[in-house]
Design a protein around this ligand. Structure first.
Ligand SMILES: NC(=O)c1ccc[n+]([C@@H]2O[C@H](COP(=O)([O-])OP(=O)(O)OC[C@H]3O[C@@H](n4cnc5c(N)ncnc54)[C@H](O)[C@@H]3O)[C@@H](O)[C@H]2O)c1
Length: 284
């Protein structure tokens, strides 16, 4: 949906919530799958590298894949839906881009990584981007959450990603892992998704520590703030009510740029660093 608000008086937004006077903001044009990246820097810093990005048929994952491809990497995008992956890889439009159907919760990571390494001969970079966020209003999440809901979020955002990392570490002798976390990991965890990102933040630090002196694999993270993707689509009225006025949502390609910089640092030996890139914005 695309709504423009330029109000000097109170405005009614989705679900009849009230936006304070003076707000000048554009409710974003959400990226449809897979979306076209807009302006992307190009270079050759990842020549010879192979990157695997989870949850990459659209949104931030797709933009990361696009960015890494433009930096000379070969990329394997993974997600759970083959038709949508085919569409995404067609948009990437490069012989250096491939896809694999891979649900990160299926527990079959070793087999998948073996298959992935067969595509371009190796995997140097793992970007754990896949995640789900289901709540509309995090403030009522804990009151309303069913055990099924809690498990689904935890199994995907935490244990799915943990499984990916552990398998990568057990199967490869080098490379770097980048976990896409969230700025919710450094805010008060008012909802279940937020709590899952807290867990991932600490796991990322912990894995880096565990690998110190025993493996050359580096592990880093990024914590984006609210971004213009489908994940925020249902959430938008709450975000806008709690985000400082006149700020905007980040573009996926802006987050992809930060992801690229963290990956570069990871390949250069930096580990255990988590970049919070939310411009100081908080929903809480
Ligand atoms: N959009 C934001 O405002 C925002 C802010 C902070 C962090 N993040 C994080 O960025 C990452 C990407 O989010 P996005 O905004 O692009 O969301 P998105 O919903 O557009 O994309 C997420 C992708 O992950 C895939 N996915 C979900 N579960 C999966 C599974 N079990 N196996 C494989 N793929 C799976 C989905 O199919 C989807 O393509 C997530 O980790 C999210 O938590 C997003």
């Amino acid at each position: 949906m695309r709504i423009k608000i330029k109000g000097h008086i109170y405005r009614i937004l989705l679900r009849k919530k009230v936006i304070p006077a003076g707000l000048v903001e554009i409710i974003p044009d959400f990226y449809e799958a897979p979306g076209e990246a807009r302006q992307v820097t190009r270079g050759d810093k990842l020549q010879g590298k192979v990157a695997l990005i989870t949850g990459a048929r659209k949104g931030i994952g797709y933009s990361v894949a696009y960015r890494l491809l433009k930096e000379g990497a070969k990329v394997i995008i993974t997600d759970s839906d083959e038709v949508l992956l085919e569409d995404a890889v067609r948009h990437l439009n490069s012989p250096d881009a491939a896809y694999m159907v891979w649900d990160i919760t299926d527990g079959d990571q070793n087999r998948h990584f073996k298959e992935a390494a067969g595509i371009f001969g190796k995997v140097d970079i793992l970007v754990n981007n896949a995640a789900i966020k289901k709540e509309i209003d995090p403030y009522s999440d804990f009151e309303n959450a069913s055990p099924d809901y809690v498990h689904t979020i935890h199994d995907t955002n935490v244990m799915g990603t943990v499984g990916m990392c552990e398998s990568f570490v057990s199967m490869f002798n080098g490379g770097t892992i980048l976990n896409v976390i969230s700025n919710t990991a450094v805010r008060a965890a008012v909802g279940i998704y937020w709590m899952s990102k807290w867990a991932l933040y600490d796991y990322t630090k912990g894995l880096s520590k565990r690998l110190q002196n025993v493996s050359p694999i580096t592990v880093n993270g990024i914590c984006p703030g609210p971004a213009r993707t489908d994940m925020m689509r249902d959430y938008i009225d709450n975000v806008y009510l709690r985000t400082p006025l006149n700020k905007r949502l980040a573009l996926p390609e802006e987050i992809a740029e930060l992801a690229f910089l963290q990956i570069l640092s990871g390949l250069n030996g930096k580990s255990g660093e988590i970049l919070v890139c939310d411009g100081g914005e908080s929903l809480i």
